[in-house]
Ligand binder design. Structure first.
Ligand code: COA
Length: 282
């Protein structure tokens, strides 16, 4: 049986590829379940420090939820559709959004419906200049269901999001960049190198500190500033007793590059003299 999500390690980066190219990588229930179970494995694997998510084939990142499949759930009744379709998709986007390792969407082509919602949910995204985005659910007489009515307005603002949600019009990678949906747009051939480069620039840092920043930003964004500041303080308090923070501070004071190992477990950090140059803060 074809693996619905391909998984490959490149150094400390897991590359996950949605793999139904003949269906434009539509998100079937089985594909979503497979992706969720891979994320479970990755989360507890200290050898993986970042994830890149992309789509197989020439055309699509993902053309969204599998319409034939969820159409059957709708025919079964509202409860079945909520349980099997809506909750499953929301579980996926919420998991990607709150993942404690950086997830970078490498949007290689069509990112439609659920494909666009995945891009909205992940913390970082790079688009190929061949990508094309759309929120076409209105054309099926339904609202988006994998978080698309909630995250895009927070990213792009209410009126800009509503125009896309209510018209279903496709939009370019350049527009996605303007809306804050992607971090940058690169020539198609540069997509994976750019995603890997971004991953490496993050994974060079303390994995525990990366997780604490991801958590503080994602949880804080959905709360008041006062509650968000508490989350920030809580994340600092988690880092304070770790060997990583000690190493980061010591390395700065000793004018050397920090060397992290043990991924932030208290008392396990080691020191390494790597020269006299203080890590350049810029
Ligand atoms: N669900 C299920 N199958 C899908 C799909 C989806 N969201 N998107 C594409 N596919 C399948 C098609 O059924 C087709 O398979 P088939 O040949 O076995 O029928 C294959 O992928 C290729 O798509 P096709 O529609 O033939 O390509 P196209 O170039 O004519 O059109 C799109 C491309 C993206 C415009 C069109 O596929 C489309 O409208 N897809 C649905 C997008 C959508 O509304 N997503 C949100 C769902 S909530």
């Amino acid at each position: 049986m074809t693996d619905l999500v391909l998984s490959e390690m490149r150094e400390h980066v897991a590359i996950l590829t949605l793999n139904r190219p003949d269906k434009l990588n539509a998100l079937s229930y089985a594909l979503i379940d497979r992706l969720l179970s891979l994320l479970d494995l990755i989360e507890t694997d200290d050898g993986v420090r970042a994830v890149i998510l992309t789509g197989a084939g020439e055309r699509a990142f993902s053309a969204g939820a599998d319409i034939r499949e969820f159409s059957s759930s709708v025919a079964e009744g509202t409860d079945a559709a909520l349980r099997d379709f809506v909750m499953r998709g929301q579980r996926l986007t919420a998991r990607l959004e709150a993942f404690r390792k950086p997830v970078i969407a490498a949007v290689n082509g069509l990112a439609i419906g659920g494909g666009c919602e995945i891009t909205e949910a992940v913390p970082l995204a790079i688009a190929s200049d061949r990508a094309l985005f759309a929120k076409p659910e209105i054309k099926l007489a339904m609202p988006p269901t994998f978080g698309g009515t909630q995250r895009l307005p927070r990213l792009a603002g209410r009126k800009r999001a509503l125009e896309l949600l209510l018209t279903g019009d496709a939009f370019s990678p350049a527009r996605a960049l303007e809306l804050g949906l992607v971090n940058k747009v690169v020539p198609h051939a540069r997509l994976m190198p750019a995603a890997l480069d971004l991953a490496r620039r993050i994974t060079a840092h303390s994995q525990a500190a990366v997780a604490s920043i991801l958590t503080a930003v994602t949880r804080g964004l959905n709360q008041s500033i006062a509650e968000g500041l508490l989350v920030e303080a809580e994340q600092f308090a988690r880092m304070a007793p770790t060997a990583h923070l000690r190493e980061g501070l010591d390395a700065w004071m000793e004018r050397r590059q920090p060397a992290y190992d043990g991924h932030g477990q208290t008392g396990r950090g080691t020191r390494r003299q790597t020269g006299r140059a203080r890590a350049n803060p810029l």
